[in-house]
Ligand binder design. Structure first.
Ligand code: BG6
Ligand code: MG
Length: 216
C-alpha cells in the first residue's frame, strides 16, 4: 500500500493548455517591440513566472527596459491574456484531468493546485473545476518561482500532509525540479526525454490511474 495522501497539480499544461494563449499574447507584445519570438522560444516560458517570461523575451531581442517599463509591458500582455482566458469553457479541460481528480477524491486522496499563474482563479472558474481542489496555491501566494519548491510546500501544508506523502503532476522541467527540491514524488506530463527526472512520465492525465499512483 502506498503512503500517498495528496496529489498536487500544476495548471497550465496539466489541467488546461493555456500555453497557446500565453504565446499569442507574448507574440503580440514581441511584435510591437520588434522582437522575433517563435513558438520554439515559447517553450522556454513554460512554468516560468510572468516577470521572468518577459525578461526572456527582452533578452531574445537584446532589448533593455527599465523596471517601470517592464511592469507596464507585463501588465499589457496580461490584459490580452485575460481577454482570451475569459472566453475559455470546460471543453478546454485536457483529456482525463477532471476524471483523475474525481477518482483521487473518491479514493480519499486530497488534491491541491500548485501553479505559477496569477490567473488561476479565473481559469478554474471558467472551466468549472475550482470545487475539485482542497487547496489552491498559485502565483499570488508565493515569492519564489519554480524550481523553488515553495508553491508545492505551501500546498502540502494547506492540505495537512508531509512532502513525502505528496505526488506532484507537472509538464515543465522547472516544475519537476521544484517537486524534487521539495522532497515530493513527481509524475511528468509530456515526453520522457524532456521530463527525465520524474518518477513516471505519462502523455496526459488520461493515461494516469490510481493503480499507477499506488506503485510510485
Ligand atoms: C505558468 C505558465 O503556469 O504560469 C507560464 O506555465 C506563465 O507560462 C506563468 O508565465 C505565469 O502566469 P500568469 O497567468 O500569472 O501570467
Ligand atoms: Mg505547466
Amino acid at each position: 500500500m502506498s503512503n500517498i495522501k495528496a496529489c498536487i497539480f500544476d495548471l497550465d499544461g496539466v489541467i488546461v493548455d493555456t500555453a497557446v494563449y500565453h504565446f499569442k499574447a507574448w507574440k503580440r507584445l514581441a511584435d510591437e517591440l520588434g522582437i522575433n519570438f517563435t513558438e520554439h522560444d515559447n517553450e522556454r516560458l513554460k512554468g516560468v513566472s510572468r516577470v521572468r517570461s518577459l525578461e526572456i523575451i527582452l533578452e531574445l531581442g537584446d532589448v533593455t527596459k527599465t523596471e517601470a517599463e517592464q511592469q507596464e509591458l507585463a501588465t499589457r500582455k496580461n490584459a490580452w491574456y485575460v481577454e482570451m482566458i475569459n472566453r475559455m469553457t470546460p471543453a478546454e479541460i485536457l483529456p482525463g484531468a477532471k476524471e483523475f481528480l474525481e477518482a483521487c477524491r473518491a479514493a480519499g486522496i486530497k488534491t491541491a493546485l500548485g501553479s505559477a499563474s496569477k490567473n488561476s482563479d479565473t481559469i478554474l472558474a471558467k472551466i468549472n473545476m475550482a470545487h475539485l481542489f482542497d487547496a489552491i496555491v498559485d502565483g499570488n501566494h508565493v515569492s519564489k518561482a519554480k524550481p523553488d519548491p515553495e508553491v508545492f510546500l505551501k500546498g502540502a501544508e494547506a492540505l495537512g500532509v508531509t512532502p513525502a506523502e505528496c505526488v506532484v503532476f507537472e509538464d515543465a522541467i522547472a516544475g519537476v525540479d521544484a517537486a524534487i527540491n521539495g522532497g515530493m514524488k513527481v509524475v511528468g506530463i509530456g515526453s520522457p526525454d524532456v521530463l527525465n527526472k520524474a518518477d513516471l512520465v505519462v502523455s496526459g492525465l488520461d493515461k494516469m490511474s490510481l493503480e499507477k499512483l499506488d506503485k510510485l
